[in-house]
Design a protein around this ligand. Structure first.
Ligand SMILES: O=C(O)CCC(=O)C(=O)O
Ligand SMILES: [Fe+2]
Length: 312
């Protein structure tokens, strides 16, 4: 017999900490339907922001920190919901530098929804040209843009109402534990236009979020983003500063963290870039609440349950 006893013993999945809605967001581009945001969460979202944002300005930094934005009573439930109900990817890609190509594995799970401002999803959720409203030709994108599911669209609308900004993309990061991270970078791609506004949500584990100036020798800004917090980055924050979520040891990071950023891409290059680096070409992953980890998901086939494993 292969394997140890423990590999056959699966804990019964805990009851979800939220009411799974019977209503689901469906789309031909989704690997599986996504339940709508539980009504109890949606109701509580109306009270956002839970706290007034604190503006931090100076040395080219321009941020507003809502601590929290989402009521503490629902933030961890929303973490469970997003982790359980969304599909994720673990993207691998090659970088070419100085004639040498290197394989990169993104150190976190990612997923993305949305399309840049030259296109939009119609009322029937067909991809159409933003100006003419005509169905767009298949050759416009190399990738397949996905519309935001209802659960993310609700959060997007609330965020738009608070900030007075508009967003057409939701990028999702899942940091399974303290080994998952994002290295210092800035989100100042040309396709976002000058001085882009990015709203960044945390659900689940509290993680350090470090910011440092690209050139000036000024103090770093160190935040600890907790469940329900929202960091609004604007002005010259992206052009002048870098940010990161470093690797961390310990039990807190091991709870797992979901980060959701809302952004606005102006042109097609943004759509191509976001799907290339957040979906990629590999398989779909889904949270397995018995195994307590992301597992490869396959069409039509559930993961083998305890019975199948015992018989093997
Ligand atoms: O997880 C975070 O708080 C930051 C994520 C981030 O910087 C990004 O996705 O560009
Ligand atoms: Fe970023």
């Amino acid at each position: 017999m292969k394997g140890t006893l423990s590999s056959f013993v699966r804990s019964t999945p805990k009851k979800p900490k939220y009411e799974v809605s019977a209503e689901r967001s469906r789309h031909p581009t989704y690997p599986f339907p996504v339940p709508e945001l539980p009504a109890s969460f949606a109701k509580q979202l109306d009270y956002s922001p839970a706290e007034e944002g604190k503006a931090m300005k100076g040395n080219d930094l321009d941020i507003i920190y809502y601590q929290p934005y989402i009521r503490t009573s629902i933030a961890d439930g929303m973490f469970d919901f997003f982790r359980q109900e969304l599909f994720f990817y673990r993207v691998q890609y090659k970088i070419h530098r100085g004639g040498i190509s290197r394989d990169i594995s993104t150190p976190r799970f990612t997923t993305v929804f949305g399309v840049d401002d030259t296109s939009r999803f119609s009322d029937t959720r067909e991809l159409v040209d933003a100006k003419t409203g005509r169905k767009i030709e298949n050759s416009r994108y190399k990738c397949t843009p996905l519309p935001l599911p209802q659960c993310l669209d609700i959060l997007r609308r609330v965020t738009e109402a608070t900030t007075g900004e508009t967003f057409n993309f939701a990028l999702v990061n899942y940091y399974a534990d303290g080994n998952d991270s994002i290295t210092y970078h800035s989100d100042d791609e040309r396709f976002l236009g000058p001085n882009p506004v990015i709203a960044s949500f945390t659900f689940g584990a509290r993680r350090d979020f470090y910011m440092k100036h690209k050139e000036k020798n000024v103090p770093q800004v160190k935040l600890q983003l907790g469940s329900g917090d929202m960091l609004l980055m604007k002005g010259t924050t992206q052009s002048k500063w870098l940010h990161s979520v470093p690797k961390r040891a310990g039990a807190e990071a091991a709870r797992g963290r979901i980060n959701i950023t809302f952004r606005k891409a102006m042109v097609r290059g943004g759509t191509e870039n976001y799907y290339q680096y957040n979906v990629g070409t590999g398989g779909v992953y889904r949270w397995d609440d018995s195994a307590k980890r992301m597992v490869p998901w396959s069409q039509g086939g559930e993961e083998p349950g305890p019975k199948a494993e015992t018989l093997a």
